[in-house]
Design a protein around this ligand. Sequence first.
Ligand SMILES: *Cc1c(COP(=O)(O)O)cnc(C)c1O
Length: 227
Amino acid sequence: MTATVPAGNIAANLREVRARVEKAAAAAGRKAADVTLIAVTKTHDTAAIEAAIAAGHLTFGENRVQEAKAKYPALKAAHPKLDLHLVGPLQSNKARDAVALFDAIHTLDRDGLAEAIGAEIKRAARAVKLFVQVNTGEEPQKAGIAPRETLGFIDKCRATHGLNIAGLMCIPPVDEEPSPHFALLLKLARDAALSELSMGMSGDYETAIGFGATHVRVGTAIFGSRA
Ligand SMILES: *Cc1c(COP(=O)(O)O)cnc(C)c1O
């Protein structure tokens, strides 16, 4: 884990990203307050996260349970309002750790995982915000449920596993224009009567806000490039 950007720059980068979020929201006729900026800290050390907290930021994302367990319990104890989001793939056997540590999980994409998360939420009596990840590009190697199976999966999450689904999440293919993927996620969310959309990363979060993103996941633009 490396701190690639000095603390002062992290504060300045956060100001810049927040300003761009506000501009993109205004351009879309939306309120910036309706867009949650998730600062994605994977590979970055606690000093970098502390710098963001000192700059007034409390919403963070990690893509691996193990890495989050190493970094966040102490930070959460010191900053009780810290809001932690899992944005990477989750194995069912890590559902207990994930439900204990994270306030939101963005990568629910299969029945076995829905069952495991449902059982843990019940057992721990914890409120965890859940997003269903959709593989909008239908890439064989990528996580996420196929677009045509999304509505059925959401119904099953509710009816069979007792889960309250907040919204949808996607990661567009790296080599494609993201807009059609954001548009597809918005359409699926409307069809499912879901109001939250997790989409947009450092390179395309302003575009995503134009398509209704309520959660943008930004790492590099805040913390610098990853080793
Ligand atoms: C790493 C990661 C991000 C942040 O990516 P940047 O391009 O560094 O902003 C967003 N979403 C997910 C799922 C990630 O794994």
